[in-house]
Design a protein around this ligand. Structure first.
Ligand code: DHB
Ligand code: FE
Length: 279
């Protein structure tokens, strides 16, 4: 069987990508944020996964209000970085892993998770910023990527529990793939932030820290958090955190927390970061 060798969670703020692309990571505003990613970049470089499943959300770049897939699995051979208004980020083309992606599609759909299959998609900061944080600025990304886009933009997004259960189904899929493949899984987005309306700028460090603790040690309790609690406590964009539960569901019931980082603010967002290994 293929093996899940690590779980990586991180926020995905666009300005983090801009800071890296423009060489500003040592500036006083950014230095403390990027310092918290040095150990995990080393961890990732040593881990050398063969493929990364990246659970992320599109922000109306690949999808729009015309078609709103709840879960969309990328089965393509490659994905171009999207132009989000200032030109595409100067990062490598994202190469896919069609064999494992189609296997996951077959396995989870027959396991009764009705994914949308995507054969063409541009990927926005939701996917490319986590790759930059995890792998730095290489000429080419060091491994192929399977994107799994989750709708957290247009109500109703999936529940945290549905995301957690999908993670478990993805684990069964990976476990039943041909042996030898070492797979990392990313959960991205969050933590607390709200970009709109009266509460724009909301940050809730108490909620975020509790979420990190629950996700590591009591994932079922994290999965039971209802939408209204994310909205109330973590702001309208805090709902992105349900994507971390897909990653957690694909890990063992018990995990080791290898690394944690929490920093406020990056742009309008509380940045959280976790690295997990199966116990
Ligand atoms: C910001 C955060 C996001 O999650 C996002 O998708 C866009 C912008 C921000 O804090 O600027
Ligand atoms: Fe976002």
């Amino acid at each position: 069987m293929a093996e899940i060798v690590g779980g990586y969670a991180t926020s995905h703020v666009p300005a983090i990508g801009v800071a890296m692309d423009q060489g500003k990571t040592a500036e006083p505003y950014w230095q403390p944020l990027f310092a918290g990613y040095e150990a995990s970049r080393k961890w990732m470089a040593e881990l050398k996964p063969d493929v990364a499943i990246v659970v992320f959300n599109d922000h109306a770049n690949a999808f729009s209000l015309e078609i709103i897939p709840t879960f969309a699995l990328g089965c393509a051979a490659e994905y171009r970085p999207a132009d989000e208004g200032w030109g595409a980020r100067p990062v490598p083309l994202v190469k896919g892993h069609p064999d494992l992606a189609w296997h996951i599609a077959q396995s989870v759909i027959l396991d009764e998770f009705d994914l949308t299959i995507v054969n063409e998609m541009e990927v926005d900061h939701g996917l490319t910023v986590p790759l930059s944080l995890a792998f730095g600025q290489p000429e080419a990304w060091p491994c192929p990527v399977i994107p799994l886009a989750v709708n957290v933009v247009q109500y109703p997004p999936p529940t945290g529990n549905r995301c957690f259960q999908l993670g478990r189904a993805i684990r069964r899929a990976v476990d039943s793939f041909e042996p030898g493949l070492r797979v990392a899984i990313f959960g991205t987005g969050g933590m607390s932030h709200q970009l709109q309306a009266e509460r724009a700028g909301l940050i809730n460090a108490d909620f975020d820290r509790r979420f990190l603790d629950l996700l590591v040690n009591e994932p079922e309790a994290a999965a039971a958090i209802p939408h209204v609690e994310y909205l109330r406590e973590a702001g309208s964009e805090g709902i992105e955190l349900v994507m971390w539960l897909v990653m957690r569901g694909a890990m063992n019931a018990r995990v080791r927390e290898v690394h944690r980082h929490y920093h406020v603010p990056a742009s309008n967002t509380a940045v959280g970061h976790l690295v997990l290994e199966n116990d």
